[in-house]
Design a protein around this ligand. Structure first.
Ligand code: DC
Length: 209
């Protein structure tokens, strides 16, 4: 079966948690596409001694191996910031396109979460969710996850990243016109997950009908 669940939204809105839960529930494969940009950004920052060279970043993206996505370092705030910088480079995005498109249409169903899944990677996705939450809620969640810094500094970082992700020329963060909007600000994890699963199940049944 070919069935793609595209999940987009700003940082720390709950996309990853919801994506993993939907994939587990349906037996689909899951790809956190932010990890691709985190891996490229981290390596580009390292190789450039703290300065990202756009040409080299695109080369890293072309050579990226799925095993590069396993490193726990990729979850850090520094990796997130580097990711948002390389994610604005058209050549980096182009280099990562094919892998994501193939993953989306793999047999057995796939869930991808990111910023441009429903708009660029897989506009034909059978189910599209746009997951959001207020800035304050997202900052509090990310702060608890990172366990370092202050909520205010995490909030400032998130806003800077959102502005870059939504303001860039290529594949900016935005909801697809046909996406189901899920605001998780006032929801528990299990409420958000249940709503997402309910929506995806409806889309599966709609496709069969
Ligand atoms: O979801 P995340 O925080 O791991 O994403 C890290 C950065 O990567 C984020 O600032 C935007 C970028 N990104 C993107 O541009 N497109 C995607 N499909 C996924 C992430």
């Amino acid at each position: 079966m070919i069935f793609t669940v595209a999940i987009d939204g700003p940082a720390a809105a709950g996309k990853g948690t919801i994506g993993r839960a939907v994939a587990r529930e349906l037996g689909f494969a899951h790809l956190d596409t932010g990890l691709l940009y985190r891996a490229v950004g981290t390596r580009a920052l390292h190789d450039g001694n703290g300065v990202i060279d756009p040409v080299w970043a695109a080369e890293i993206a072309r050579q990226l191996d799925p095993a590069d996505l396993e490193s726990p370092d990729l979850r850090s705030g520094r990796a997130g910031l580097a990711a948002s910088k390389v994610a604005a480079l058209p050549d980096v995005r182009t280099a990562l396109l094919d892998f994501q498109k193939r993953f989306a249409r793999r047999d057995g169903g796939a869930v991808l979460d990111g910023r441009d899944i429903g708009t660029v990677i897989c506009p034909e996705a059978e189910a599209k969710l746009f997951v959001t939450a207020s800035d304050e809620v997202r900052a509090a969640r990310r702060h608890a996850e990172l366990g370092t810094g202050t909520v205010d500094s995490v909030l400032a970082d998130l806003r800077a990243r959102d502005a870059r992700d939504a303001g860039r020329d290529v594949a900016p963060l935005r909801a697809a016109a046909d996406a189901f909007l899920l605001d998780t600000s006032d929801k528990t994890i299990s409420e958000g997950v249940a709503e997402a699963i309910g929506y995806v199940r409806d889309r599966i049944f709609a496709g069969r009908g």
